[in-house]
Design a protein around this ligand. Structure first.
Ligand SMILES: [Zn+2]
Length: 118
């Protein structure tokens, strides 16, 4: 059974990170320069969405509906397996626990909303 609102999201794609060609640092939001070394020779790359849940918050009351429907819903911080320095904030339609493996997908043109599925 799908969660309310979830079917309205565009199809999920793998997360994209920006990569510095000088120091090989990676980060989530596109900046056009490296926050570590200042280099502006960067590129975007799609990375696998396999991740581990680092934190979970259950939102019981919200000002507005989330991309997957009204409260209650879960917000997850997940660290990507291939880039552990990158933490993604994602909505979780199903219950997940800290330390649990999830797959993170992006559903917006620039990334968010992200979903984390067991
Ligand atoms: Zn750099």
């Amino acid at each position: 059974m799908s969660e309310p609102g979830r079917h309205t999201l565009p199809e999920g794609r793998p997360p994209e990170v920006e990569h510095c060609d000088r120091c090989h640092h990676r980060w989530l939001a596109k900046r056009g320069f490296c926050p570590r070394c200042g280099n502006d020779d960067t590129r975007m790359e799609a990375v696998p969405g396999e991740a581990v849940v680092h934190a979970v918050t259950v939102v019981h009351r919200a000002v507005q509906e989330s991309a997957i429907g009204p409260a209650p819903y879960r917000i997850v911080l997940a660290k990507l397996d291939t880039c552990p320095e990158v933490t993604i904030m994602a909505l979780a339609p199903e219950a997940v626990e800290i330390g649990e493996p999830v797959t993170v997908t992006r559903h917006g043109a620039d990334g968010a909303p992200y979903l984390a599925l067991p």
